[in-house]
Design a protein around this ligand. Structure first.
Ligand SMILES: [Zn+2]
Ligand SMILES: [Zn+2]
Ligand SMILES: [Zn+2]
Length: 100
């Protein structure tokens, strides 16, 4: 009689490509992904390990541009600027001619 080992399935990390057959080692690996990021941006909810990293990230929010053009990806911090920009779009449309 042959002893057949049941097909062991590796434990697969659902965060990265890591796999392991040893639970203890696998658990250790998973901890890596559970790093606590105490510094959370209150604007976009992204977490950071260091206050310094969060601070750096926050600077990207300083130039807030809430006025977005719906026709292209341009963003503006002032409504007036967006309005000016939109004028250009309508002009483009009006002045567009077939050019071959
Ligand atoms: Zn992983
Ligand atoms: Zn943010
Ligand atoms: Zn636009």
């Amino acid at each position: 009689m042959k002893l057949t080992h049941p097909e062991a399935k590796p434990l697969k990390c659902d965060v990265c490509e890591y796999t392991s057959f040893v639970t203890a080692i696998f658990e250790k690996h998973k901890v890596r992904h559970q790093e606590v990021k105490p510094y959370v941006c209150n604007i976009c909810k992204v977490g950071f390990n260091y206050n310094q990293s969060l601070k750096k990230h926050m600077t990207s929010h300083l130039g807030l541009t809430p006025y977005e053009c719906k026709l292209c990806d341009k963003k503006y911090s002032k409504h007036d600027s967006l309005k000016q920009h939109m004028l250009r779009h309508s002009r483009d449309k009006a002045g567009k001619e077939k050019s071959n």
